[in-house]
Design a protein. Sequence first.
Length: 186
Amino acid sequence: MFMEKQKITQRLIIDTARELIQETQKPEVSLSKIASSLQVTHAAIYKHFKNKNALWTAVCEDWFNESIIMNIDLDDAQYVDKQLWLHDYLWKFVNAKKTAYNNNPLMFELNTYYVEKDPYILKEILTPCFIRIEDKMGYKTNDLYKSEAIFSVFSTFTLPMFKDTWNQPDYKLRFEILWDLIKHNV
């Protein structure tokens, strides 16, 4: 049977890598396997990504956006109280991250290796969240430090090293205790 050749794009490579992760049940698959699945050579993949790290970072960023950032369903316009909005935004974020971990531990593991351990890549991925907080809260800075600091306070709910505590019964209580510590300073 004749199979029509697809145009190789970054999107297609990322999607194929994610599919192979699910198929193989391994947090990372070889570039050879991705190339073979796409019926191309390694060189074709390197035309789109400068190296293996760049590919896996792109795969992780795609997953992070889809599984976490895009799952923060909060209608900003419905909130008059900025402090309540920030509370709800952070609560939705930490729960989206917890759900992503519980629903897809393989992608979470890959994300941990390529994104979460690199503060520069993580900051780049979180920048849309920081900007959203800065805008909604009316912070008049261009450096995003305040929103980054707010996220840092909630690190036990976002950093992978704490993932084993995310399903504990006191999860919400711990979140609210942290919120109480900062709410008057946001």
